[in-house]
Structures are given as structure tokens and as C-alpha cells.
Design a protein around this ligand. Structure first.
Ligand code: NAP
Length: 311
């Protein structure tokens, strides 16, 4: 009898411990989902104009897609703009459109093709152009290009272009502007920000994107380390968009966001988070794709479609 009651006691303790662990798990999961819900749907964005006290926002790749939408959003908030892209006609058209809608802001254009390796002479015009611009408060490292193909079928030229255009401008433009952003923050006591555009693919790498995804992981890692070095003085944020309808990703519908939706949602996280997936569709996308079974199903269906294409 004595042994039985001893076991009975032990069982009771065990049950109580398990119940506590279960309760703890339920509470933390509920809290975590509630927090995500609040952050995604209810929390109002910061007043970025007030936070950074105006100034110029530099956007690379600003004549189309996400870059154009980031520029539109910052213009709406009253910031001056520096638009950097390779095509002068598109730059002029973008400036004309934004100036018509926002007559009170100043817009500077820099025509520059990033598809070339770094040399001091080659990048000097870009540096000079930045040096001629006044109070820069925010840098958006957005420029990027993509080609989606199985690695074995892809030519070296587009691979090289992706490495060049997706990685090198982030390093060089940040190198040019970091001292000014730091000085603005430390000496003038005015906050600054560096926002870099990576991709959801960094979290969920998929076939046909080996080089592209690797460049996007570069963007994220670069940003992460920069934050560790300078986060005390500069808001350093990585944006990880899911599929968004632009020239680079022409599909639409379903969980694909528009560039304008994505830009609005991701900028509402600036100043709060060090990472943003932007639109809620992309948060859903990430949660679904991260389920191991779903991930495996998607990968095998992509590989099957690829094989059928080859036949
Ligand atoms: N769309 C998506 O689903 C998606 C998802 C995840 C991440 N992203 C990332 O978001 C960023 C923007 O992509 P997007 O979809 O908005 O692309 P996009 O619509 O093709 O726009 C790219 C912009 O960059 C400019 N650009 C391209 N190559 C350039 C070069 N060599 N030198 C200077 N400017 C150049 C383009 O100018 P032109 O007009 O002259 O070409 C355009 O203004 C990229 O970093 C991309 O990796 C996009």
C-alpha cells in the first residue's frame, strides 16, 4: 500500500509538472501570436518625418517596382528624394510624376548603372553626386535584378549580373554614405536609417533561385552585421519581401502583393523592427512555406514542373 501511494504521489507531481509545461506553452504561443497580430495589423507606423527630421532619402533602383513605391511613400511623408537608377528617361519621368504630386519636396536624380565592378574612377561620379547633396537622412538599398532558372541551366552572364547588381551597390553606397549618416546622428543628434531589401527567399530558399537567393542572403547578413556595428546610432533594417508584382516578378493574385501594398506595410515597421516581411500576405506566405511538409511539397512540384518543361 505504502509503495502504491508513493507512486500515486509521484504521478500527481508528474501530471502537475506536465500541466504547467502545457500551460506555459499555450500562454507563450498565444502571446507570440497576439503580438504578431498586433504588430502586423493594429500598430500604427511611426511618424518617419519626425523621427528622422526630414532630409533626403536616397533610393537605389528608384524608377520601377518596389524602389519607385518606397520613393512615393517617402515623398508622401514630406521627405526630399535622391533617385538613383540607370535609365535617364525613366528617372526624368519619375521625377516629373513625383514633382507634380508633391510640389513642396526637392528631387535629385543620379543616373548610374550598377552593373559594373568597382574601380575608384568608375564609381567616382556616384560619390561626387552624393557629395553634392545636402542633408541625407535615410538610405534605401533596393536595387536588384533576378533570373529564375535551375543552376545547371543558367548562363554565367546573368549569374554575374545578379551578384554584381544585388550585392555590390549595397556595399559601395553604404560605404559612401555611412560616415555622413553617423555624423548626422552623433553630431547633430538627428536619427538616420539604412533600409536594405533582401527577400523572403532568404528564409525559404527554393529551386531555380540559387544565385539570386544567395545574393539576397548577402543583403541580409550585411545588414545584420552593420546593425551590430552601428545600431546604436542608425536604425538598420532589412526588408524581406515575398512575391510582389513588379517587372522582376510579373505574376499577380493570391498571396502576391502589389508594390504599393508592400512598400506601405514594410515602411510602417521602420523604427520598430530590425526586419520586416512587409505585407501580411508575405507573413502568411512565410508561415506556410516554413512548414516542412509544405516546403517539401512545393519543392517537389517545382522540380516536377521543371522536368516536364525539359521533356
Ligand atoms: N518583386 C519581388 O517579388 C521581390 C521579392 C523579393 C525581393 N525583391 C527585391 O526588391 C528589389 C527591387 O525589385 P523589383 O521587383 O522592384 O525590381 P524591378 O521592378 O525590376 O525594379 C528594379 C529597379 O532597379 C533598377 N535597376 C536595375 N538594374 C540596374 C542597374 N544595373 N543599375 C541601376 N539601376 C538598376 C531598375 O531600373 P530600370 O527601370 O532601368 O530597369 C528599376 O528602377 C530587389 O532588390 C529585389 O531583389 C523583389
Amino acid at each position: 500500500m505504502a509503495t502504491l501511494s508513493k507512486h500515486g504521489h509521484k504521478n500527481k507531481h508528474l501530471m502537475a509538472a506536465l500541466a504547467l509545461i502545457g500551460l506555459y506553452k499555450v500562454a507563450t504561443t498565444t502571446l507570440s501570436y497576439s503580438w504578431s497580430f498586433f504588430k502586423t495589423f493594429l500598430r500604427p507606423g511611426r511618424n518617419l518625418y519626425k523621427r528622422y527630421q526630414g532630409g533626403y532619402v536616397v533610393v537605389t533602383g528608384a524608377t520601377d517596382g518596389l524602389g519607385l513605391e518606397y520613393a512615393r511613400q517617402f515623398a508622401l511623408k514630406g521627405f526630399n528624394l535622391v533617385l538613383v537608377a540607370r535609365n535617364q528617361e525613366k528617372l526624368d519621368a519619375t521625377k516629373a510624376e513625383l514633382s507634380r504630386e508633391h510640389q513642396d519636396i526637392d528631387i535629385q536624380l543620379i543616373q548610374f548603372d550598377f552593373n559594373k565592378p568597382y574601380t575608384q574612377e568608375g564609381y567616382e561620379p556616384l560619390k561626387q553626386a552624393f557629395d553634392n547633396i545636402g542633408d541625407i537622412s535615410v538610405l534605401v538599398n533596393n536595387v536588384g535584378t533576378a533570373e529564375f532558372k535551375m543552376f545547371g541551366d543558367q548562363d554565367l552572364e546573368p549569374m554575374n549580373r545578379m551578384i554584381q547588381v544585388n550585392c555590390i551597390p549595397q556595399v559601395i553606397v553604404t560605404k559612401f554614405l555611412l560616415p555622413r549618416l553617423l555624423a548626422r546622428s552623433k553630431e547633430q543628434n538627428k536619427r538616420t536609417a539604412i533600409i536594405s531589401v533582401s527577400s523572403l527567399l532568404d528564409y525559404v530558399p527554393l529551386p531555380t533561385s540559387a544565385v539570386y537567393t544567395a545574393t539576397k542572403s548577402f543583403n541580409k547578413t550585411f545588414s545584420d552585421v552593420l546593425r551590430k556595428e552601428n545600431g546604436e546610432h542608425i536604425d538598420i533594417m532589412t526588408i524581406l519581401p515575398g512575391p510582389t508584382k513588379t517587372n522582376l516578378m510579373k505574376r499577380e493574385g493570391g498571396l502576391i502583393a502589389t508594390a504599393s501594398q508592400h512598400a506601405r506595410w514594410s515602411l510602417s515597421d521602420v523604427g520598430y523592427n530590425s526586419e520586416s516581411f512587409g505585407h501580411y500576405k508575405h507573413c502568411i506566405f512565410r508561415s506556410i512555406f516554413k512548414m516542412p511538409l509544405v516546403e517539401r511539397m512545393i519543392i517537389s512540384s517545382m522540380l516536377k514542373a521543371q522536368k516536364e518543361q525539359e521533356q
